[in-house]
Design a protein around this ligand. Sequence first.
Ligand code: G1P
Length: 203
Amino acid sequence: MRQIGNMVRFSYTRQKEPLGLGHAVLEARDMVGNEPFAVLLGDVIMTGERPATRQLIDVFESTGEGAIAVVPVEREQVSLYGIVATDPPIERDGRQIYRIRDLVEKPKPEEAPSTLAVVGRYVLPGEIFDYLERTEPGRGGEIQLTDALRQLAKERGLWAVICEGKSYDAGDKLGFLQATVEIGMENPEFGEAFRAWLRSLKV
Ligand code: G1P
């Protein structure tokens, strides 16, 4: 923790009322200004060789437009996520990227335009704040980041990147336990002992 504290300077703001993810991001406007910035939802844990946010920064730098991480999910699960509709992929710097045509927050399975789900990593231009200012409450009566992204995609451009590695929804109790066990098993310090202990359990 000390090492991280030496690498970066932390500032924080608090969302005083739970008015939605879009509203929470808008709270950071004064700190971020008009710069591109990353949003990382802390309840999504992603593993993999190359960090998802790094991949999104690369796409932002190459296209000059925002980029968000997506993963394929089962159709029954689409109502837990923002879902994207895209053009066929194009290749850019050795990776496939998809131009986003539309986004829908937590659609019903029969209404989802695809099964590509937004997983909580976004690299966005400062302009998104203007879109958020104009975003009316949407699904659940909340100001949704997805709705502001929908407008940004239509008017400016936005890319989806299927990120490598695995993602865990640690905001869900079962997902939290799965992340703890799977990531714990790979831990260089105590993974081996942890795996031995797991094997000893009578499940
Ligand atoms: C939020 C977003 C949703 C996204 C999800 C990823 O929803 O609104 O678009 O797919 O995070 O975890 P939440 O899980 O906060 O309800």
